[in-house]
Unconditional design. Sequence first.
Length: 390
Amino acid sequence: MSKPPFVDKVDVEARRKAIQAFRERFKALLEQLQRGENPTLILPKRTLANTIYDEKRKLLLLGPEKLRRSLFNLHEAKKFMQTMLMAKIIYEALVNNEYPTIRDLYYRGKHTIVFVDDKGRRREENTWDEQKESDAVLRDIEVFTGMLREEMLILSKEKGKVVGNMRIRSGNDVIDLSKMGHGAWAIEPTPDLIEFIDVDADFVLVVEKDAVFQQLHRYGFWRRYRAILVTSAGQPDRATRRFVRRLNEELGLPVYVLTDADPYGWYIYSVFKIGSITLSYESERLATPKAKFLGVSMTDIFGDPETGKKPYLSEAERKRFIIKAKDADIKRAEELYNYKWFQTRKWRKEIEIFLQKKSKLEIEAVASKGLKFLADKYIPEKIETGDFID
């Protein structure tokens, strides 16, 4: 006798909501067709020019500009049909209880249309050639429906990890994040379906580098200092950003971010804090405006005569650990300097020191002073003294 199929009640409810949202948002197109009108999608422009930094809310948001995508318009027809094709694929996956990945969506929609043009010539047109095209259409669907792809049960590769004294419910299982052994729990690609059962922690520490995360985990940092320890393993994926946002927003836990002392590390922090240009339409759900930059900062390396701050590294250690900045690093720093969200007094000082010294430092260099130094002095001391940038 065959076993009944596994039923995840949380997924069932998420699927129901997504199906309802699709029906409501695309209903207007059907009505336009029934009236004999040119079916037209109206959605916000996802462009840099239409991305606004809200200084009060400390978020990158989409501006008011809209675009119209019509079927009977030579310049818009392909994009319109791509959008409808993607919507059809996602809707069918929802009603068929499937869990497509973003790569699946690309392949499911990838085919060639053969037609005869107005001069009688046989022509071929691909729905899309590369995944970046289908990914862009998927983002348009998110904007149009007001739903994250994760809410549509579209999966992506797990990247971020977490460990700490906390229990969660994922699907029908309760997971104790304090009992992961030497490993950690991979943050699932549908973070809004996670239920927080209980937590015993004072703050969240987000570590850019997976290797440093592992060192702190093995050392028992999260046990000693009552922390939820998270790694983005480099540029954070959406699931990690949403998970961190929920820890701050729903549980009231302060969030501190630890990155390399270079423009790429600083940008990773800003993605956690205010969002990214590409996903500015979802910053309100992905970004954590109250996140604080713990380090590594240039003033940690060189000190700050203006405030009397002493450097954490001796002159001999600086000579050993400092890496000369490359042209790409300097160019990136100059770009950050012009971003509105980096134009606070503290950040301008950090970037100016970087451009003056043309030097950078990895978190591992701080750990090289001794893991005990990183875990028991550098991190707790900076949190306790408020030596961070917010």
